[in-house]
Design a protein around this ligand. Structure first.
Ligand code: 0O2
Length: 212
């Protein structure tokens, strides 16, 4: 396929990613303005690269003409939360919206992948407006804690380094690290109230200083 054709296909996905990132960032702002704790800590988005699309299509035997329908993560949004409890809240927020239609969900938090990967995945339908009219695209939203993201980032770069041949010893250490992440998230949740109190009083003090 020619590069120009790829651009035309991927453009609406780039627009969807840009819009979704703006919208989720706006949610953070709304919470901040109300002086409330935001269940979303940060948002990132990306459009899958052409080479990565082709690689995945080959691996999963997806014909090129079916890519837009079958490859659900051409547009990818990653929402990072501080605490595991926040993930549920974010899922709720997404389900309430009228501009995002949930197609499917995968709960890799309660059902950890054999690798140790944990995250909550939602595939949504999202409409964008282009010169050619309205186009509905799919986007994958990954919701995870800071700790889960730390693990996934390291594991992803090791996967990239070793491809299919990750040494068993490294695999085992990653699995041990995944258990440590579960404990860390549990520990953080148990001190959640104290942390939130501290953050609120810090904000309060900062506001008081700003008012002076
Ligand atoms: P990239 O480079 O992040 O875009 P499959 O890909 O067969 O496992 P499926 O149905 O395509 O399964 O989707 P799934 O399982 O919901 O996972 C899709 C995405 O989740 C992956 O995209 C990763 O981003 C992330 N993910 C899933 N499993 C793992 C894992 O074990 N480790 C890490 N670090 N991330 C994972 P891509 O396209 O594989 O990769």
């Amino acid at each position: 396929m020619e590069i120009q054709l790829w651009r035309e296909i991927l453009d609406p996905y780039a627009l969807a990613v840009d819009e979704l990132v703006v919208k989720f960032n706006h949610i953070i702002e709304e919470y901040k303005k109300k002086g409330e704790y935001s269940p979303i800590e940060q948002v990132n988005g990306r459009v899958k690269t052409i080479s990565s699309i082709l690689e995945k299509a080959q691996k999963k035997n997806i014909p090129l003409q079916d890519i837009e329908e079958k490859m659900e993560d051409i547009a990818g949004i990653r929402i990072i939360c501080q605490f595991v409890e926040d993930i549920e809240k974010v899922v709720e927020i997404i389900k309430m919206r009228t501009d995002m239609e949930v197609k499917s969900e995968k709960d890799y938090i309660n059902n950890m992948k054999p690798s140790g990967y944990r995250s909550y995945h939602m595939i949504i339908y999202y409409k964008v407006e282009t010169l050619k009219g309205t186009k509905q695209v799919q986007a994958e939203i990954q919701i995870r804690t800071l700790a889960m993201n730390f693990w996934a980032t390291i594991e992803h770069s090791l996967q990239y380094k070793y491809k299919e041949n990750m040494p068993e010893q490294i695999r085992a250490r990653l699995s041990k690290a995944a258990d440590a992440i579960i404990s860390l998230d549990q520990e953080m949740s148990s001190v959640r109230d104290e942390i939130m109190d501290a953050q609120n009083s810090f904000k309060l003090k900062a506001n008081m200083v700003a008012d002076i």
